[in-house]
Write a protein that binds this ligand. Structure first.
Ligand code: P5A
Length: 437
């Protein structure tokens, strides 16, 4: 992509309304613009990151045989009257009336909708278990939308739903999703810690939140030091096998947020205790027949008996993750994207606009990188070198290639690692080889 023709409205000044670093950097890096309180438009650079995160989440859901669907944002109120949540949900629910005076709502979540689909479709125990998910916008009229897209009113969620014949099956689905989440967050360059959680308006009696450590997190967390180095890949993981031992490794350790914290347990941990702040990037629930019994999700068993299915739901805050990743990965100069979600892999800077030799060397490099399938953002604008450096650091691509008149004479380019700041002078071919790897 040539920056001269791109839509990247970066800001020099720090926007006064932004209280936390991710919100400031997202506005300054031209990723989002506010529409109204807690509602945002996504500009090209922001959208590209959002889509990359979405795709990783999608791939990991598909990998555990969870099937993608797409349910609407607008739901009929009657569905929620059947589950009893229409009144329970309160002022967080955006209620709408259509032209025929029918009560509708903008979905804050989709337990009812998916249960209705299942109830009208699946009749036999032979078609269970089933895992379904979608990635769709939600609306919650939060009392205090804040921190940009971190606590928005409109936000993008991946929500999955499991259907099983009995508690044991439901537990298996829960475990599958639990371990899949650890894997998903690791691919996003994050260390997410699972913690036992309250179920709130979703309901049920088993639930875990996944939190990443960040100073600006809304939750107060405490956990065993070991969590910081724990990885799902250190264990034998077979998604078709018994995942209970893997899940136990994570749930046996002490980790808790806010009101769930236990002073006794924390005292006992001594030096092994870490206290920090955290951002909730996912939340999973097991709630048995709470929705299936009310909405008639009943299948016929092998002996002709009725079986009310056992359900769970599993959320990932896809749009929140954009901010969460920035909170976890930035410095004074701007964002530092992990490679897996970076909008472009490398930024190419022409140091001397208007210099024929420089322009040719940059154009050649741009062509070669594109040819090699490397996603490159080429700063070919008529701007001073200093402004280009500042913008490139701000938007945080993992690598930078700088080409100037002096290097051209020696047949070298400057190759910079955004994270470490390390610079190397290497040949154009070497730079391309490095980026291919
Ligand atoms: C689980 C999937 C649910 O809604 N129903 C379907 C269950 N869970 S949850 O915890 O309420 O939300 C799941 C994740 O969505 C993100 N999230 C938000 N992101 C941005 N702005 C918000 N206002 C917001 N509210 C929730 C969180 O990451 C949460 O873990």
């Amino acid at each position: 992509m040539r920056l001269s023709t791109y839509f990247l409205p970066t800001l020099k000044e720090t926007p006064s309304e932004a209280q936390i670093v991710s919100h400031r950097l997202m506005l300054r890096a031209g990723m989002i613009r506010q529409s109204s309180a807690g509602i945002y438009s996504w500009l090209p650079m922001g959208l590209k990151v959002l889509r990359k995160i979405e795709q990783i989440v999608r791939e990991e859901q598909n990998a555990i045989n969870c099937h993608e669907v797409l349910m609407p944002t607008i739901q009929p109120a009657d569905l929620w009257r059947q589950s009893g949540r229409y009144d329970d949900y309160g002022p967080e629910m955006l209620r709408i009336t259509d032209r025929h005076d029918r009560d509708m709502l903008y979905g804050p979540t989709n337990e009812e909708q998916i249960t209705e689909i299942f109830a009208n479709t699946v009749r036999s125990y032979k078609d269970v278990p089933q895992l379904l998910y979608h990635i769709q916008w939600k609306f919650r009229d939060e009392v205090r939308p804040r921190f940009g897209i971190m606590r928005g009113r409109e936000f993008l969620m991946k929500d999955a739903y499991s259907f099983d014949l009995d508690k044991e099956g439901a537990r298996k689905s829960y475990n599958k999703m639990f371990v899949s989440y650890l894997k998903t967050y690791e691919r996003l360059g994050l260390k997410a810690i699972p913690m036992a959680a309250d179920t709130g308006p979703i309901g049920g009696d088993m639930s875990h939140e996944f939190l990443i450590l960040a100073d600006t997190g809304e939750s107060e967390i405490a956990c065993h030091r070991d969590f910081v180095d724990m990885s799902w890949s250190d264990y034998e993981v077979d998604f078709d096998g018994d995942l209970q031992p893997v899940v136990d490794q994570f749930t046996n350790q002490y980790a808790a947020t806010d009101e769930k914290r236990d002073p006794e347990a924390e005292k006992a941990l001594g030096d092994d205790l870490i206290t920090a702040r955290g951002i909730e990037v996912g939340h999973i629930f097991y709630f048995g027949d709470k929705y299936s019994s009310k909405l008639g999700a009943i299948v016929t068993g092998p002996e002709g008996e009725d079986i009310t299915v056992e359900m769970g739901s599993y959320g990932i805050g896809v749009s929140r993750l954009v901010g969460a990743i920035i909170e976890a990965s930035h410095d004074d100069n701007g964002i530092i994207w992990p490679e897996s979600v970076a909008p472009y892999k490398v930024g190419l800077i022409n140091l001397k606009y208007g210099d024929d030799e420089c322009t040719k060397a940059c154009d050649d490099m741009y062509g070669a990188l594109s040819e090699a399938g490397i996603d490159v953002l080429y700063d070919d604008r008529d701007k001073k070198a200093g402004a280009k450096f500042a913008d490139m650091d701000l938007i945080g691509l993992p690598w930078q290639i700088v080409i100037g008149p002096r290097g051209i004479k020696d047949g070298i380019v400057e190759f910079k690692n955004r994270k470490t700041g390390e610079r190397q002078e290497i040949s154009p071919d070497q730079a391309i080889e490095r980026l291919k790897g």
